[in-house]
Design a protein. Structure first.
Length: 564
């Protein structure tokens, strides 16, 4: 101890001249500050400088967007405070709301909404008649294959008969009460095990069923957040490509997780692996890859992301919600893929919707984990509730045992060979449509389809004109943004005879009409997407989207349209 003290004293003695100058400068600065400011003013100025410094740091480093985008966003938000600008935004909001209501009114024209229970219950015949009337509200004929995604299977008398029989047997069951309904408990366990086997899970692979892809992704994010907290990480972060599904954004908003979105190459549309690696911190709790993603149908480089995940000891989740029941069978169907599932060592979990290409009724998905030690962080349990001990595997408490039984029955009905055959047909049609679109002058593929999504854009005309042109011909396709594009998710319905050829011919006709037209007026879809991409403050776009959601629940005539 004495040795250390003498050592430090000797070091300080060597720097005594410099220390003396520093002490003198400090004394002069203190004297000047005390003659110019009161102690309270000094405290206030220090606090203000600290707050400004923190604010500047957060502005520069506390966001996903790049600096130019954040500057434009800040300017735009300041401009919103100007009365004239605020009035324009309010007018646009009102116009949008009126347009939404008018569009919805067309599909229910002449209908009188029920705003209270009938005084006396309806008879069976009265109910069936009303149900038929409601069913006729539908304007888009999805059964003809005119819709992208949405409905993934062809209804047949056989499957309808099966589902009717399942309802008679299991319509009232609820897996929340596993002891009361061991039948549903068993079928759910078998569904999970079958899907785990599809993705090359070993005997430790496990999971649960959920209501759909969004809940599966919510559960994955919740699981890795809680796993991170068990390791002492108090501010977990998730890293994903910008093309990953918005359910991850929703999960991070719900569960207070920081989300870092990694851009993709503007040409290849593949995620920037270098930026993904640089984004990793000690708080990173999860990496995300899609197989495939929704916008362009591309499978992320899962093996490369897995290497990064293993290097840093971070779980990798593969989102196979969209195409899980295709990619699992593509090798056997004659369309080999690189490994994407539990064969890849860094993959710790996989989500897969059975209600898409598994052809089960809507409301069924599976979330898988490599080990039960990971899955346990998904579960919720409460031990001190007066009503008893409460525990549930996912977001829902009570669930429909009927949907679980339908899912089990569908998987057993198709079997391994059936799914291989359906996969072959869907991928063949996908490649056929992609080849056809690629040969249309003015149209270019955004990405050669890895699975079942064909995405295209144009360097010659506004691609959103094509969406509205196809709507006029009875098609319902998806609009993309950043970059602008259009896509179709091929389903079992598109494998029907003549559907693909009709799609290609209608696309050719629309593009030819666009190219020869001198009309410069924007179409409705072009206005919507064009405005969305130009407005830096996306909260305005989100406000408009929420107006649409709210309008879906209206049963009254809004005042904006009463006099129309």
């Amino acid at each position: 101890m004495n040795l250390d003290s003498s050592f430090y004293a000797k070091v300080l003695h060597n720097y005594e001249p410099q220390l003396s100058i520093l002490r003198e400068k400090t004394r002069l600065l203190n004297a000047r500050l005390l003659t110019s400011f009161t102690p309270l003013q000094l405290v206030a100025l220090t606090s203000l400088a600290t707050a400004l410094g923190i604010g500047l740091y957060r502005f520069l480093y506390g966001h996903d967007e790049d600096l130019p985008t954040r500057i434009k966003l800040a300017i735009f938000r300041l401009a919103r405070r100007i009365p004239a600008v605020r009035q324009q935004i309010t007018k646009a909001r009102d116009d949008t709301l009126k347009s939404v209501y008018d569009s919805m009114a067309k599909s229910t024209k002449g209908h009188k909404f029920a705003n209270a229970l009938p005084q006396k219950g309806l008879t069976k015949d009265e109910l069936l008649k009303k149900l038929e009337k409601y069913r006729n509200f539908e304007r888009i004929n999805y059964e003809s294959g005119n819709v992208s995604g949405c409905v993934y299977k062809i209804s047949t008398p056989s499957t309808t008969e099966i589902y009717n029989a399942v309802f008679e047997l299991f319509g009232e069951t609820n897996p929340l009460h596993a002891d009361v309904f061991p039948d549903i408990r068993t079928m759910e366990a078998e569904v999970v095990r079958c899907v785990a086997t599809m993705f090359h899970g070993d005997e430790n692979a496990c999971g649960t069923m959920t209501s759909g892809g969004t809940e599966s992704l919510l559960m994955a994010c919740k699981t890795y957040r809680d796993l991170a907290k068990s390791k002492g990480i108090t501010k977990p972060e998730i890293i994903m490509p910008v093309t990953a599904h918005p359910a991850f954004n929703k999960a991070c908003a719900y569960f207070k997780i920081k989300l870092i979105r990694i851009p993709v190459d503007p040409i290849t549309l593949e995620v920037d692996l270098k930026k993904m690696r640089r984004a990793i911190t000690r708080n990173t709790c999860m990496l995300v890859a899609s197989a495939p993603n929704f916008p362009h149908g591309a499978i992320d480089p899962i093996e490369d992301i897995s290497k990064i995940a293993l290097e840093y000891g971070i779980p990798l989740h593969v989102d196979g919600c969209l195409g899980g029941f295709l990619i699992a069978f593509m090798d056997e169907a004659g369309f080999p893929l690189k490994p994407f599932d539990f064969r890849v060592p860094g993959v710790m979990s996989i989500s897969c919707d059975t209600h898409k290409y598994g052809f089960t009724p809507k409301g069924a998905s599976v979330i898988l984990y490599r080990t039960p030690e990971i899955r346990v962080h998904q579960f919720y349990a409460l031990g001190d509730w007066p009503g008893g001990i409460y525990a549930s595997p996912s977001v829902a408490g009570s669930r429909s045992g009927y949907l679980i039984a339908c899912c089990w029955a569908t998987l057993m009905y198709y079997g391994h060979e059936g799914y291989v055959e359906e996969t072959r047909k869907i991928i063949e049609v996908t490649r056929y449509i992609a080849d056809g679109w690629s040969k249309i002058p003015g149209l270019r593929l955004l990405h050669n389809p890895d699975v079942s999504v064909v995405a295209a854009g144009s360097d010659i005309f506004n691609i959103y004109y094509l969406i509205d042109g196809m709507i006029a011909k009875g098609w319902h396709l998806n609009g993309l943004q950043n970059p602008a594009g259009i896509h179709i998710a091929i389903t079992q319905l598109h494998t029907q005879a003549g559907v693909a050829d009709r799609l290609l011919q209608d696309t050719r006709d629309c593009v030819a009409e666009i190219l020869k037209s001198d009309n410069k007026n924007d179409t409705p879809t072009a206005v919507i997407y064009g405005t969305s991409q130009k407005v830096p403050d996306k909260s305005i776009v989100c406000d408009m989207a929420k107006l649409f959601i709210g309008a879906c629940y209206e049963t009254r005539i809004p005042s904006a349209t009463k006099n129309e």
